[in-house]
Design a protein around this ligand. Structure first.
Ligand SMILES: [Zn+2]
Length: 362
């Protein structure tokens, strides 16, 4: 073998080696992590041994940005024949005591599970890079009663995502499943949004009446999300409908949330989205076509226990992973999948946090 031949062979070999390395690198691309704008883990079920601890739940399939919603009115609601309804009225101070107690339990559980709660933008970046994080959030804001300073208390205790209303009459605004009493948001509710903007808390409009959504969109300086439900294809949702239909959004309203930079999450409610990962995946892609791929995401509403998850077509993040697998099989653009799977929720959080920084500097 001549000197030249050997050199050529060597070169080819090196060339081949490099291209193999590049190919391997491409194959070992960064996994697509999952974000969930809305889920629960009820301690009542944990005690019964039915629910799995959150560490395992979110490790199930690379869910790294998971909003764990504290049920702010949980002790005062019950499941009626068609929907959740209010069963009693908390005594003054009671809802705030409940909030602090349940939040302490959630935080203790997070520590025990070696998880971390999102505190700032750097944590969001870490979650996007694969480090599991919980977003401490509330479903409803009953605990505020009429004390605006409690928004800041909630922030100091770690809340970064606040859903204004749920199933109980409150001081903030109207919700979808009962007749309205505030004509949208109350004055106090408007102040809550301003305060969330100031502190850097992401506002979640889920369960709000359309009127309340419109008013919130006028006030908020940061994009807001609608964490969980879907876009109605039939009649406009109203409180006389069966629970899940009353809780959908009109396309018009979803578009308005999107136009302000917000995100709408799709829940895993079987009666609405069908029974398979494919049907869920198709529905969410259709929503992306309706309001834009930058404005939709996951909001599973999973609870991690068999009782509350009865109506859902998803039991864990293994099931949510199948949705992403389906999109990949269908060869959707990877960037589109990443945005919907986690990126859009991450962006909404960052937008809310960033606003706080701007105001701090001013
Ligand atoms: Zn809900």
């Amino acid at each position: 073998m001549s000197q030249l031949d050997r050199r050529t062979l060597l070169k080819t070999g090196i060339g081949l080696g490099i291209s193999l390395a590049v190919a391997n690198q491409a194959r070992a691309k960064e996994p697509i992590y999952l974000g969930d704008m809305h889920r629960h883990l009820w301690f009542s079920r944990l005690q019964s041994g039915e629910a799995r601890p959150m560490g395992q739940v979110i490790a199930d399939d690379k869910a790294t940005l998971v909003a764990w919603a504290l049920g702010a009115d949980a002790p005062w609601i019950t499941l009626g024949p068609r929907k959740y309804v209010q069963k009693s009225v908390p005594m003054p101070g009671q809802s705030f005591t409940w909030f602090k107690r349940d939040l302490a339990r959630i935080k203790q559980h997070i520590v025990e599970q070696k998880l971390k709660a999102i505190e700032n933008g750097n944590d969001v970046v870490a979650a996007l890079a694969g480090v599991p994080h919980i977003v401490l959030s509330t479903e409803g804001s009953l605990f505020l009663e009429d004390d605006i300073s409690r928004v800041q208390t909630a922030y100091k205790l770690g809340i970064r995502h606040l859903q204004l209303v749920h199933y109980t009459r409150n001081t903030v605004g109207d919700f979808q499943t009962e007749p309205p009493e505030h004509n949208g948001l109350s004055d106090f509710g408007r102040r809550v949004i301003v305060e969330c903007n100031r502190l850097g808390i992401l506002v979640d409009l889920a369960h709000c009446t359309e009127r309340a959504v419109d008013q919130a969109l006028e006030i908020s300086k940061a994009p807001m999300i609608w964490s969980h439900s879907s876009i109605a294809s039939g009649a406009a949702p109203n409180w006389t409908m069966v629970g899940w239909k009353a809780r959908q959004l009109t396309l018009k309203c979803a578009r308005r949330i999107a136009r302000k930079g917000g995100v709408v999450g799709l829940w895993a409610w079987r009666a609405d989205v069908g029974d398979s990962a494919e049907s869920y995946a198709e529905r969410l892609m259709a929503m992306a076509d309706q309001i834009g791929e930058d404005h939709v995401g996951f909001g599973t509403d999973m609870n991690g226990d068999p009782v509350n998850d009865k109506g859902l077509m998803m039991k864990s993040y293994v099931d949510l992973r199948k949705v992403v697998d389906y999109w990949e099989k269908k060869r959707f653009v990877e960037n589109r999948i990443r945005k919907i799977a986690i990126g859009n929720y991450a962006r909404a959080l960052q937008d809310a946090f960033r606003l706080q920084q701007v105001e701090k500097a001013a």
